[in-house]
Unconditional design. Structure first.
Length: 80
């Protein structure tokens, strides 16, 4: 936990997400897999709880914009 790099502002405060943001992802398995892993990580990483909760609302039908935000926000975290 001491090597953890907390995110300062993981999500823009004014960001609005809807179920109609762009086009649907054809294979949503990647999105679901990443969200599932991040939900598990929230046990020890309280700084990502909000963004993971917001993005997990779209797990049934994720859009390309949701995946883009997910990958941009957690690009460093996913590499570890």
């Amino acid at each position: 936990m001491s090597a953890c790099k907390p995110l300062q502002i993981p999500l823009d405060v004014n960001a609005k997400f809807t179920y109609y943001d762009g086009e649907k992802i054809e294979d949503s398995q990647l999105y679901r897999s990443i969200i599932g892993s991040l939900i598990y990580a929230t046990i020890t990483r309280l700084d990502i709880v909000h963004i993971v909760g917001v993005l997990s609302q779209f797990i049934q039908e994720p859009m390309v914009n949701h995946l883009k935000v997910l990958l941009e926000t957690f690009s460093d975290t996913l590499k570890e």
